[in-house]
Write a protein that binds this ligand. Structure first.
Ligand code: HBI
Ligand code: FE
Length: 280
């Protein structure tokens, strides 16, 4: 595999991973031997700090499945996680060198394979990193793959993504992923809680998304959400709230072709929810 792909459209910097070690489908072997003691220590410190922040802010469904990750004092072996994950929901995590092109990403999800970046941030990036590293993917995304409803939703999302790519509407569908799997909020009996990986793996945004009066929190609505742009390097200014994971899965039922047709005739919303009347 040669040149690193340009993904996420918005970030201009080339991704960090070493793509020369990836196969055609962008997967590679987890380079476990490459981790230094400092890498394992970074993971352990991130895990301890983040898991202490969860009570009262993270979805109870997430807190219940987090221990399924196994090791927390070092970076876990993906094979160890896969032994439990396959038994639970017939998913497996596959190592990738970093962000991969939309099509390859959708294709893996459609086959119940979740791409997990296998490098970890440097200690000086402890507080924040733009690109997903192994901590964001393992701590943020993998636990909810043990939840059968979310597991099925993500596979449906991957299947829908391949179709959206063919229809030229990948960007619209990526907003659904962004405002649910990455930055979604859910209403639980004790109140609004975070279930999105981008929130759950961030120390600052976890508190902000659930408790700050600043951002808008709107009910998740397919049309509104897919018309709402997002920024990848700031806290979200708009969050979308669901009442249950079953509600998410039900969203994937309709045929999206007509939805994309209708959406392309409507103005979009900025990340801060202002209506963009000029179709730029
Ligand atoms: N690649 N490895 C990786 N992880 C992601 O979460 C990811 C990606 N490529 C594209 C992407 N996400 C988003 O554009 C999705 O909305 C498709
Ligand atoms: Fe992510």
């Amino acid at each position: 595999m040669g040149q690193a792909p340009v993904v996420y459209g918005q970030s201009s910097r080339p991704p960090r991973g070493d793509y020369s070690r990836a196969h055609e489908d962008y997967t590679c072997a987890q380079d476990f031997a490459a981790y230094t003691a400092q890498d394992h220590d970074t993971y352990h410190r991130l895990y301890e700090r983040q898991s202490a922040l969860l009570p009262g802010l993270a979805s109870q469904a997430f807190i219940d499945v987090l221990p399924r990750l196994g090791a927390k004092e070092r970076i876990p072996r993906f094979d160890d996680i896969n032994e439990a994950l396959w038994k639970a929901t017939q998913w497996e995590i596959v190592a990738v060198p970093g962000l991969i092109p939309e099509r390859a990403f959708f294709s893996l999800l459609a086959n119940r394979k979740f791409p997990v970046t296998d490098w970890i941030r440097k200690p000086e990036e402890f507080e924040y990193i733009v690109e997903p590293d192994v901590f964001h993917d393992l701590f943020g995304h993998v636990p909810l793959l043990f939840n059968p409803v979310i597991a099925d939703y993500i596979q449906r999302y991957g299947q829908g993504g391949l179709k959206a790519e063919e229809l030229g509407h990948g960007e619209m569908l990526s907003r659904l992923y962004w405002y649910t799997i990455e930055f979604g909020l859910i209403r639980e009996p004790q109140g609004v809680r975070a279930y999105g990986a981008g929130i759950l793996s961030s120390s600052g945004e976890l508190q902000y998304s659930v408790q700050s009066p600043e951002p808008r929190r709107l009910p998740l609505d397919l049309m509104r959400t897919m018309r709402t742009r997002y920024k990848i390097d700031t806290y979200q200014q708009t969050y979308f709230v669901i009442d249950s994971f079953e509600q998410l899965f039900a969203l994937t039922e309709p045929d999206f072709t007509q939805i994309y047709e209708e959406l392309s005739t409507l103005p979009e919303y900025g990340a801060n929810s202002e209506l963009l009347v000029s179709a730029d």
